[in-house]
Ligand binder design. Structure first.
Ligand code: FE2
Length: 600
C-alpha cells in the first residue's frame, strides 16, 4: 500500500508499527530503566508487594455483603475531609485569557516502565510542533497504588521536559494508597500527611496506608510547581477549568467508580453554566461495548443523566481506567451527538479492544462504522495472541497475523475490517482454528482472574499501541485528536494520527476527517470534514484549502486508486457514504494529484 503521508494503524501494518527491526526502535529504550537480577523475570504485577499495595479496592469488593466483616469504601468520607482540610476551596478555576487553548490528555500513565516511556517522546514532540498550555492526567496517575514517594520516577522524571503545568484526576489506583494522600500532596498542594480524621475514615486494620512523603518529593513537587506560570493551582480532586468559551469539568470517581452526593450536587450546579462542556472522568461512561452511566450516591441520578441534559451543553465525556482508546459517537436525539471516549492508553499495560463486538448491535444510538478504537480489534487480538503464546512456552502455536486476525474477527462480529489490506485477506484454516482458542484464553483471564492476572499480561516491547489525546479549543471550534505511540523511532516524530474530530456550533461533530498534506512540492494543504446526520446515508463534505481555481476533490478506497472526482465549491454531497467505504482523499489540479490525506 502506497503511503498517503501520515502513518496510522488504520491504513497499514507499518502504521501500526508491526514487526519493528531492533534499529527502528525509539527513544523509550533510553528512558526506561531495565531491572537486573532474578526478580526482573517477574512482571511487576506478579510481585506480592504490588498486589498487597493495591489491595484496598479488592478488600471492599470481596467483603461486600459479609455483614459485620464487610470493609466499607471510605472514599466519600475521605474526600469530604480533604476538602475541609483545604478550607473548602472554590472548585472552578479560570485559565489565562487567550484566543486558543490547547492541552494534552494522558490516561492511566504511571506504571514507570517501558510502555509509559514509549509515550513520552511522541508527547513532547507533539507539544513542540505546536505548543500546548497544559497536560492533564486522566485517572490512575500512579501504579500500583498512588504512592506519594513514587511520584519522582513515575511522574516528574518522565515528563520533566514538558514545559507547562500538569493537572490530574485520580483513578482507583490513586485511591488505593489508603487515603489519596499521594495525589493530594502532589496535585493539590497538601504539604502534610493526612490528618488523623482522614486516616480514621478507613476503619479496617487490613487497609493499606501510605507512608509519609520524603523531603526530596517536596523538592520535586516545588520545582514542578514553578512551571505553572499564570495557570491556576488545582483546587481539589474534582474541579472545573474555565477556558473562556468552553468549560472543562473533571470528576473523581474514587475507588468504587461512583461519585458522592456532594460531588453530584456540585456537578449539577456547574453543569448549568451556559457554556459548551467537556466532561473528564476517571471511569468512562461507554466502555468495551457496554454502558456504565456512573451512579451518584444519595441520589437516584447518574452522571450520564447530567451529561445528556441538552441544557447542559456537554459535547463529550472522556474517561480513563481502561488502557486503550475507544470512541462512541452516541446520537441522543434532536440531531445531537455526544462523543463518549475512553482514553486510558497513556502508559500502563494494554487492555484489549478485540472483545468489543459490533457496537451498532450492542448499544443504542451508535453506528458501528462511526466507532473508533486504537488498537484496532484485529491488532489487539494479534498482540494478545503473541503474549499468550509466549506465556505458554513460545512455540508459535497461538500467534496470529494481524490482518488475518482482523478478517477473522470481522467475520465473527459482522464488521468490516478497517485496514484496506485486511479487507482483502481471507483468514487461513490455521487462523480459524486459533482464534477461538485465543478468545477462550482471553475470557478465562479476563472474567475469572482479571484483577490479579490480566495486568500480568503486560508486554513491554514495540509495538506498544499506546495513545494520548490533543485537544484544541477556540471560540466555536473544538478539535480532538488521538495520536498513537508505537515505540518506533519514525513514529516518534511523525505521529500516527489514529483519530481526528472536530465540533462547530453550526455543524456539530464531524463523523470523519482527513488532513491533506502536499504531494511533492505542490505546497497545497487543507482538510476535508465529513458530516452526516444520525442515521442518514448521505454525507456532506466540507473542504478547506487555499482558493485555487480548477481544484478537484478525489475520493478512493486505497492509496493511489481514485474512484470519484468532484469539483470543489459548494459543500459536496456523497451518497451512501458508509457503503462507499472511502478511506483516502486528495486534491487534483489539471489531472495531477497535489495533496493527499486519509480519512480517520
Ligand atoms: Fe488504570
Amino acid at each position: 500500500v502506497r503511503s498517503v503521508t501520515r502513518p496510522s494503524s488504520r491504513l497499514s501494518l507499518e502504521g501500526a508499527g508491526w514487526e519493528p527491526q531492533p534499529d527502528e526502535l525509539g527513544h523509550f529504550q533510553l528512558l526506561c530503566r531495565r531491572e537486573r537480577g532474578w526478580l526482573s523475570w517477574f512482571p511487576t504485577w506478579l510481585r506480592p508487594r504490588a498486589w498487597l499495595a493495591a489491595r484496598n479496592e479488592k478488600l471492599v469488593l470481596f467483603t461486600r455483603g459479609l455483614g459485620r466483616f464487610a470493609i466499607p469504601d471510605p472514599t466519600t468520607a475521605q474526600r469530604r475531609l480533604w476538602l475541609e482540610e483545604l478550607g473548602r476551596p472554590a472548585l472552578t478555576v479560570r485559565a489565562p485569557s487567550r484566543r486558543r487553548h490547547s492541552f494534552l490528555l494522558v490516561g492511566d500513565s504511571g506504571e514507570g516502565d517501558c510502555s509509559q516511556m514509549a509515550v513520552v517522546t511522541p508527547l513532547l514532540n507533539e507539544d513542540r510542533r505546536r505548543r500546548t498550555d497544559f497536560m492533564l492526567i486522566l485517572s490512575d496517575v500512579l501504579y500500583p497504588a498512588g504512592d506519594v514517594n513514587e511520584y519522582r520516577e513515575k511522574l516528574y522524571e518522565p515528563y520533566r521536559r514538558y514545559p507547562g503545568p500538569i493537572y490530574g484526576i485520580p483513578g482507583n489506583h490513586d485511591w488505593d494508597d489508603g487515603s489519596l494522600h499521594g495525589f493530594m500532596f502532589h496535585f493539590c498542594g497538601v504539604a502534610t500527611a493526612p490528618s488523623a480524621a482522614v486516616e480514621r475514615a478507613a476503619g479496617s486494620r487490613l487497609w493499606h496506608r501510605s507512608g509519609e512523603a520524603r523531603p526530596e518529593l517536596e523538592q520535586a513537587r516545588r520545582s514542578r510547581e514553578s512551571l505553572r506560570g499564570p495557570w491556576p493551582a488545582q483546587p481539589g480532586p474534582y474541579f472545573a477549568l474555565d477556558l473562556g468559551p468552553f468549560l472543562v469539568v473533571a470528576i473523581d470517581t474514587g475507588l468504587g467508580r461512583t461519585i458522592d452526593g456532594e460531588q453530584g450536587a456540585w456537578l449539577r450546579e456547574i453543569s448549568r453554566v451556559p457554556k459548551p462542556k467537556l466532561l473528564l472522568t476517571g471511569r468512562p461512561i461507554y466502555v468495551d461495548g457496554t454502558y456504565a452511566p456512573c451512579a451518584i450516591e444519595d441520589d437516584s441520578g447518574t452522571v450520564d443523566e447530567i451529561v445528556l441534559d441538552p441544557d447542559h451543553g456537554y459535547l463529550a465525556a472522556i474517561g480513563g481506567d481502561i488502557h486503550n482508546y475507544q470512541r462512541y459517537p452516541v446520537s441522543v436525539g434532536g440531531g445531537r451527538r455526544i462523543q463518549y471516549v475512553v482514553s486510558g492508553g497513556g502508559g500502563a499495560f494494554m487492555n484489549g479492544t478485540h472483545g468489543i463486538g459490533n457496537v451498532g448491535r450492542a448499544l443504542g444510538g451508535v453506528e458501528e462504522p462511526d466507532f473508533r478504537c486504537y488498537p484496532l480489534r484485529g491488532d489487539s487480538l494479534a498482540f494478545f495472541s503473541e503474549i499468550y503464546d509466549s506465556r505458554l512456552g513460545g512455540f508459535g502455536l497461538l500467534a496470529l497475523e494481524p490482518d488475518e486476525a482482523a478478517a477473522a474477527l470481522g467475520g465473527r462480529y459482522g464488521i468490516a475490517p478497517t485496514r484496506p489490506e485486511a479487507c482483502r485477506t481471507e483468514p487461513s484454516a490455521k487462523t480459524r482454528l486459533r482464534v477461538p482458542v485465543v478468545l477462550a484464553l482471553e475470557s478465562f483471564f479476563r472474567k475469572t482472574l482479571s484483577f490479579v492476572y490480566y495486568p500480568a499480561l503486560d508486554r513491554d516491547t514495540a509495538p506498544f499501541f499506546k495513545s494520548f489525546l490533543r485537544v484544541d479549543v477556540e471560540p466555536d471550534d473544538l478539535r480532538i485528536r488521538c495520536f498513537g505511540a508505537t515505540g518506533l523511532l519514525r513514529h516518534e516524530t511523525d505521529l500516527p494520527l489514529e483519530d481526528d474530530l472536530r465540533w462547530t456550533p453550526e455543524r456539530g461533530w464531524t463523523v470523519s476527517r482527513a488532513t491533506l498534506q502536499p504531494r511533492g512540492d505542490s505546497g497545497v494543504e487543507g482538510s476535508v470534514d465529513v458530516y452526516r446526520e444520525p442515521g442518514a446515508r448521505d454525507a456532506t463534505l466540507v473542504v478547506a484549502t487555499e482558493d485555487s481555481p480548477g481544484l478537484e476533490l478525489l475520493l478512493g478506497v486505497k492509496p493511489g486508486v481514485w474512484r470519484d472526482r468532484r469539483p470543489l465549491g459548494e459543500p459536496i454531497v456523497v451518497e451512501r457514504w458508509v457503503e462507499q467505504g472511502y478511506r483516502v482523499t486528495g486534491l487534483a489540479s489539471g489531472g495531477e494529484v497535489v495533496a493527499e490525506g486519509m480519512f480517520v
